[in-house]
Design a protein around this ligand. Structure first.
Ligand SMILES: C[S@@+](CC[C@H](N)C(=O)[O-])C[C@H]1O[C@@H](n2cnc3c(N)ncnc32)[C@H](O)[C@@H]1O
Length: 248
């Protein structure tokens, strides 16, 4: 039997995700489930439309107001995800370039940064915001990255995985383009009440932390350290899943 996130279980009734979901009726009511209802083509059409439109235009401002961007910057500034020595970094689902902006600031001066996104409109916005000759922009789907094997020392993937019905094809692609020993900073929406609201706002799914960890490990992506924006986020278990992952 397979759960929604693709983790094999012996009995779906005992799946941790389902058990958690049963205990979270309010989250289940709030959470958007478009991703499970339509084909991947139709879903991605919706994603392009949402991010290409006014909501996408406000994304960078929302990231600042919600403190995601400044708190995310601290992870790089404090070298909790250390960018030193990385020559080539890929930022998947770069959106308006919120993470890429930090990469430009905290990576070595000669590091090449590649921004990829499903939405050409978001890439145009990122290019306009970043204004840097060290960045290149590539329109592509996370599950079909147009890069050679082992082309990047590090990958950042912020709030993109929740736009996949099954995380495995996306994670496998990230693993393929990473060098052995390469590192991934993964941020994604968790299956709690605040995650459910994020899901409603952006038509995305959420992840159960333990199941996602298991899925990553099955693909040779080992969770090195779980990160939190602040100690308060850790105590309240909010802010989403944020983890440094090493490719075995
Ligand atoms: C919430 S934004 C994240 C922006 C930025 N990474 C951050 O952390 O703030 C999600 C981005 O992922 C992109 N996206 C969604 N599905 C994708 C896919 N399958 N492949 C690549 N990008 C995708 C969207 O177009 C959007 O720009």
């Amino acid at each position: 039997m397979e759960t929604e996130s693709g983790v094999r279980t012996i009995d779906s009734k005992k799946s941790p995700r389902r058990a958690k979901r049963r205990n979270r009726p309010l989250s289940r009511l709030v959470e958007n489930n478009l991703i499970q209802q339509v084909s991947i083509e139709k879903y991605q059409e919706k994603v392009r439309k949402v991010y290409g439109g006014p909501k996408g235009a406000l994304l960078a401002t929302c990231s600042k107001l919600s403190l995601h961007s400044p708190l995310g910057e601290r992870i790089f500034r404090e070298r909790r995800f250390d960018l030193r020595g990385c020559r080539r970094i890929l930022d998947v689902g770069s959106g308006a370039g919120q993470i890429a902006k930090h990469l430009l600031k905290y990576a070595d001066r000669d590091t090449e940064i590649t921004c990829s996104d499903l939405s050409r409109q978001m890439l145009r916005r990122a290019r306009g915001r970043l204004k840097s000759s060290r960045t290149r922009f590539v329109a592509s789907d996370l599950t079909r990255l147009p890069f050679a094997d082992a082309s990047f020392d590090a990958v950042t993937c912020g709030f993109v995985l929740e736009h996949l019905p099954d995380p495995r094809p996306g994670l496998a692609e990230i693993s393929r383009v990473l060098t052995p020993g390469g590192r991934l900073l993964l941020l994604t929406t968790e299956d709690n009440f605040s995650g459910a609201w994020t899901s409603r706002l952006w038509y995305c799914r959420t992840y159960n932390r333990a199941e996602l960890k298991e899925t990553c490990h099955s693909l040779g992506l080992i969770w090195q350290q779980e990160l939190w924006y602040t100690p308060v986020h850790k105590v309240l278990r909010v802010g989403g899943i944020c983890v440094e992952i090493v490719k075995r």
